[in-house]
Design a protein around this ligand. Structure first.
Ligand SMILES: [Zn+2]
Length: 424
């Protein structure tokens, strides 16, 4: 039956008999009637165990397959039910699709690959499906990948972070493996209970294996880590510390700006200060000529704001330097901050003293700040891409796909193309 073999390959199905292929005029689609090969029949849709036949279920149904050239294609088959000892009466497994899926496995894998690599509109148009459907497909594909390989295996150094989604109203806890830069776990929530669920999933021996846990300095995270990870050092995610300094600098800039506008009524000065925002934020080596000019102007006209800028820069330098040298510079910075007479930075100095041990731990750790920050940035970008998904589950699945190493290979390619994670 060479004809059937060719169709089997074309449709990207295995352990499947292609009985007949017709062109459905009404649908404008190719429809292939199929059935599972002998050994693949009467299996539970969830566990795959051989089970007794129950009934015909809802009769024949269709699964969307990958387009054949320019024409949509469907598989059509019976969908009988079986009686599984564990899962009860359930629709039988089919070799060409995942349980409860309305699309073939090849279609779903291609959809997930595209979702990780292309824009939302490209995926929707190319595959002729709604973004909501993409969300459901991605969730199934990721669950499938995780069932085959547990991402929590062998973790030693992890990072815990909070990511806002839904325009900042809701939060995800995300856990990243610092050795691979991969996202390994995420859940909706921002509390001890949710974080404890991660350590429950990791298990006692998994928790005991952890050597280093990094976080943003939130007390509730520290408490849980101390009670669950007995062999791990708590380490600060130091890019958050640099972010605190940037926030403090912005507070000073706003103060100076408001003062210029209100007290002095000096509109020109206020406008120029407003224009300095980016020059003050950026790393000095990335400044444009124009921004360097603006910074020089701040140095000449506003000593207080310029001092705040220097405080931010020295802190950033200490953090970047790492090691003993960085720690010495940080000590110098703390002394400077305590007598600088700029409330935002005095307060920042106090905050850093509170977290000093964890910050020192990070400066002595081998973890790369750049890798941690880049994974963090990628997850934040994803939350915007996946905004159209209704559930946090779909958003999490999308993140696991793109930065969790769960992206499947394209149908017909044997080597999985892992989504490359590179520190920038
Ligand atoms: Zn079962």
């Amino acid at each position: 039956m060479r004809f059937a073999k060719v169709w089997q390959r074309l449709l990207g199905v295995e352990r499947t008999v292609v009985e007949q292929v017709v062109f459905d005029e009404d649908e404008g689609a190719i429809v292939a009637s199929v059935r599972p090969r002998k050994g693949a029949t009467r299996r539970c849709g969830i566990c795959g165990r051989r089970c007794p036949w129950e009934d015909r279920g809802e009769g024949r149904r269709r699964w969307r397959a990958l387009d054949l050239g320019a024409i949509p294609a469907y598989l059509e088959a019976d969908a009988p039910r079986v009686r599984c000892a564990e899962h009860g009466v359930i629709v039988a497994q089919v070799p060409w699709a995942r349980h409860r899926a309305r699309h073939t496995t090849a279609f779903e894998d291609q959809c997930a690959w595209l979702a990780a690599h292309c824009s939302r509109s490209a995926v929707e148009e190319l595959l002729r499906i709604a973004w909501r459907t993409v969300g459901a497909i991605v969730t199934r594909v990721v669950a499938d990948a995780q069932a085959r390989h547990d991402p929590l295996d062998g973790l030693r150094r992890i990072g815990i972070d909070e990511v806002a989604y839904k325009k900042g109203h809701r939060y995800l806890i995300v856990i990243v493996d610092h050795d691979t830069g991969r996202l390994v776990w995420a859940a909706a929530g921002r509390d001890k209970k949710t974080l404890n669920r991660f350590f429950d999933a990791l298990g006692k021996s998994g928790c005991a294996r952890l050597r280093e846990v990094s976080a943003d300095g939130a007390n509730w995270i520290g408490d849980v880590v101390h009670s669950r990870c007995l062999n791990a050092r708590l380490v600060m995610d130091n890019f958050h510390v640099v972010q605190w300094a940037t926030d403090a600098l912005d507070e000073v800039r706003r103060e100076v700006w408001n003062q210029a506008r209100r007290d002095l009524g000096d509109k020109v000065l206020a406008d120029r200060l407003k224009g300095c925002r980016y020059a003050l934020w950026k790393n000095p080596d990335r400044l444009t000529k124009r921004q360097r000019g603006r910074l020089a102007w701040v140095a000449n006209t506003n000593a207080r704001l310029y001092r705040a800028y220097l405080l931010k820069e020295e802190l950033r330098l200490a953090i970047r330097m790492k090691g003993d040298e960085g720690i010495r510079l940080l000590a110098h910075w703390l002394a400077w901050a305590s007598r600088c007479q700029i409330p935002a930075f005095v307060e920042l100095g106090r905050k850093i003293r509170r977290h000093r041990q964890a910050i020192h731990n990070a400066m002595r750790s081998g973890s790369s700040n750049a890798l941690i920050e880049s994974t963090n940035t990628k997850i934040r970008v994803l939350t915007r891409v996946a905004f159209g998904f209704r559930s946090p589950e779909a958003l999490i699945a999308m993140a696991m796909l793109a930065v969790g190493g769960c992206c499947p290979a394209l149908p017909g390619r044997t080597t999985p193309i892992a989504f490359e994670l590179t520190a920038t």
